[in-house]
Design a protein around this ligand. Structure first.
Ligand SMILES: [Zn+2]
Length: 268
């Protein structure tokens, strides 16, 4: 069975960084494990127990197993974090390991430690054992700190699912980055940058390994009412993206959206 292991500093980082990919893995029946270094007990919004209950709700929505490392919010150290994450990786032998990017100096210090720690573990792992993916920073105003190498592209229904995932963090709902509007507009911007015909995208950087096609490139559900309304797509066919995520074809193999790479202009 395919296994997706996600490791983040605080409950909500995973939903903000790659909520749609998590929902897709759940739809495909992957075994999902969510690990959190802390329960975010220093967050301005609440007590630790409530945040942990919300994390368990998220795990429930994904039929995932939750792992609580129990480290101190705001002062996670590499020395504490690495052995815990290392052990989980060795136990689960995941197909994909994912964590949110923490390279920006603006990021919470725990995000930076988790990022460095995961790079350390990936670096020591055999190349073919797992695919190690870095998701977008949970909240990052400076786009320079996310330079994606590939994208997970998706449609309206997965967007709604990923918004429901974030909505489980009720205690965070006053924060602007938790709003459905923010999540939608960010995902739309990534789709534009990806050059995909899909409506939404989540960006990823690759630390090691090969992203499995059945998670990232599997037929993508398109529920684009606007494309259908424009007559570019019809309701009665399944659509599939090519490897570059920029050509969409129907079941008969006809390109229905996008321009083949050979005739695509280098800029617009
Ligand atoms: Zn966080």
């Amino acid at each position: 069975m395919n296994t997706l292991l996600c490791i983040s500093a605080h409950p909500d980082d995973e939903a903000l960084s790659f909520g749609a990919l998590l929902m897709q893995a759940a739809r495909l029946g992957w075994s999902i494990h969510l690990a959190w270094a802390t329960v975010g007990e220093k967050s301005s919004s609440l007590d630790a127990n409530r945040r942990w209950q919300e994390a368990l709700q998220v795990a429930d929505l994904l039929k995932a197993t939750a792992h609580r490392f129990g480290l101190g919010d705001g002062h996670v150290s590499m020395g504490e974090f690495i052995p815990l994450a290392d052990r989980l990786v060795r136990e689960l032998k995941p197909t994909v390991v994912a964590w949110p990017c923490g390279t920006s100096p603006e990021q919470h210090q725990d995000h930076r430690v988790i990022h460095e720690g995961m790079l350390n573990i990936a670096g020591r792992s055999p190349y073919a054992s797992s695919c190690w993916c870095i998701g977008q920073p949970p909240v990052e105003p400076d786009p320079a700190f996310c330079q994606p190498q590939f994208y997970f592209c998706y449609g309206e229904s997965l967007l709604q699912d990923s918004i429901s995932l974030m909505a489980a963090y009720q205690s965070e709902k006053q924060k602007r980055f938790a709003s459905p509007h923010f999540l939608r507009s960010r995902a739309e911007q990534w789709a534009v940058r990806a050059g995909t015909a899909a409506l939404f995208a989540e960006p990823f950087m690759l630390a090691k390994g090969i992203p499995p096609a059945d998670l990232f490139l599997r037929e993508i559900e398109i529920e684009s009412r606007s494309l259908i309304a424009n007559g570019q797509l019809t309701n009665d066919s399944n659509y599939h993206f090519d490897q570059s995520m920029s050509l969409l074809s129907n079941d008969s193999g006809d390109t229905v959206f996008g321009t083949p790479a050979t005739s695509r202009p280098t800029n617009s």
